[in-house]
Design a protein around this ligand. Structure first.
Ligand SMILES: Nc1ncnc2c1ncn2[C@@H]1O[C@H](COP(=O)(O)OP(=O)(O)OP(=O)(O)O)[C@@H](O)[C@H]1O
Ligand SMILES: [Mg+2]
Length: 423
């Protein structure tokens, strides 16, 4: 067993998000490195690749765009292993990508010091991950360590738990909403597993609605690049205090609420002009897609978030965030419930919405919106806050956990906590 000082200096965090993988050692400060959580399987039969020398079978990280051929089989070559938060046990391609991504992250941060004996690695997975994912991930890390000597010991924690740790709040409800899906997880020292509510909706759905709005406003030729639409969404989308009232305000003051986005370094400018009130639809949709205004988008082709089952977990499509929190809290002991409503913690990029100066009468922050939704359900004065760096709080919690849990605390499969020695 290593000394505490060694462990603390060599704590490493990994957050396996549905769209992004965030990673880095304790020395990274507040910001981890970020790459897309995906891998590209190269075509070994391609002539140009035979000419340019052997390449690895799976490419991960910033090099992927160099390999993206305009081929019809791209979707089978480009694998997003955690798109749904859960990987099937026998999905070998997905597990291969996970291995490559983890190996890449560790090698990118291999200390030059020859006395380096491996990291204490804290990895974070979705709260609905079944036990076999823990087993598979430990096996994967052991396999990496046997080849590269980069992981001394490892532990795995659920993402919402990691957020609670980053904020040092042992009793709370964490809502983690990223690009692919959202998880609502009550925590009382440890996640209350049977109270987790999973939602099949995230920032990606806000992007999908943004694409429909762009189509309606005459920018249909620009919607084929996912990352472009996502930028438009982040720049023009607003959360309405009250959808009908905010739309009315925007229709009465089109100039004040005008949604304009210029793409830096290009001639492209998006201007919703008299349709600028539509920017409020984007924010509302994230929190509550049930409003009747969305029906016309569904009937014209917007993919309606449906209920889906992955493994043992049902991910709900249309449940609004207020109902989802109430449902999760009401699965907990009655005595705990009022404490949980006092500590609701939002995390994930999907809650990072801005309120532009001067628009406070119509646009609100994510915590204010969630508070309103809860009050509508009869919860008196709930306390809702947002994590400091919502996109990175899971990774931050991994570092805090790894630093604090002593090296002699061994992993147990009863409690799912402690360090698993991989050697
Ligand atoms: N300022 C912003 N305003 C609105 N949305 C934002 C903002 N910044 C990021 N997002 C959205 O947050 C989402 C990414 O969040 P995050 O990085 O937490 O996801 P992830 O961890 O990859 O996925 P997941 O948590 O589902 O596994 C994207 O949909 C992105 O558009
Ligand atoms: Mg995430």
């Amino acid at each position: 067993m290593m000394s505490e000082a060694y462990k603390q200096a060599h704590t490493f965090g990994m957050d396996f998000g549905t769209s992004h993988f965030k990673f880095g050692p304790i020395t990274s400060g507040e910001r981890p490195d970020v790459i897309e959580n995906r891998g590209y399987f190269t075509d070994r039969t391609s002539l140009i690749q035979q000419v340019s020398g052997p390449v690895e079978n799976v490419i991960v990280g910033k090099d992927i765009p160099l390999y993206l051929e305009s081929r019809e089989d791209l979707s089978t070559r480009l694998v997003y292993p955690m798109r749904n938060g859960v990987i099937q046990k026998d999905n070998d391609r997905s597990w291969t990508v996970v291995r490559e991504i983890a190996r890449f992250a560790l090698e990118a941060h291999r200390p030059p010091d020859s006395r380096f004996l491996g990291y204490y690695l804290v990895a974070s997975l979705s709260a609905v991950s079944p036990r076999y994912m823990y087993e598979k991930l430990f096996d994967t890390l052991r396999n990496i360590d046997s080849e590269f000597g980069s992981v001394m010991a490892a532990t795995i924690i659920p993402q919402p738990f990691s957020v609670a740790i980053a904020h040092k709040t042992p009793t709370c409800v964490v809502i983690e909403s990223g690009h692919g899906n959202s998880q609502i997880c009550p925590i009382s020292r440890y996640p209350v597993r049977n109270a987790v509510v999973a939602i099949n909706r995230g920032g990606g759905d806000g992007s999908a609605l943004t694409a429909e709005i762009l189509k309606d406003c005459g920018y249909g030729d620009l919607i084929h690049e996912e990352s472009f639409v996502r930028n438009v969404k982040e720049n023009i989308g607003l959360i309405p205090a009250d959808l009908d009232a905010s739309i009315q305000l925007a229709k009465n003051n089109p100039e004040k609420f005008r949604a304009v986005y210029r793409v830096p370094g290009t001639r492209i400018a998006i201007d919703l002009a008299e349709n600028s009130w539509m920017r409020f639809l984007i924010g509302e949709y994230i929190f509550d897609p049930e409003h009747e205004l969305f029906q016309s988008y569904f009937s014209r082709g917007l993919r309606k978030p449906g209920d889906v089952r992955f493994g043992d977990t049902l991910f709900r499509g249309m449940l609004d965030f207020g109902d989802a929190i109430v449902e999760a809290v009401e699965r907990c002991p009655v005595e705990l419930q009022s404490h949980l409503y006092r500590q609701i913690l939002l995390s994930g990029g999907n809650f990072a919405w801005q309120v532009p100066a001067g628009m406070e009468d119509a646009a609100v922050s994510a915590p204010a919106k969630v508070k309103t939704l809860l009050e509508e359900k009869g919860i008196v004065d709930p306390t809702v806050t947002i994590a400091q760096n919502p996109q990175y709080s899971v990774w931050r919690g991994c570092i805090v956990y790894g630093y604090a849990v002593t090296a002699d605390f061994s992993w147990t499969w009863e409690k799912f906590e402690g360090w698993l020695n991989l050697r």
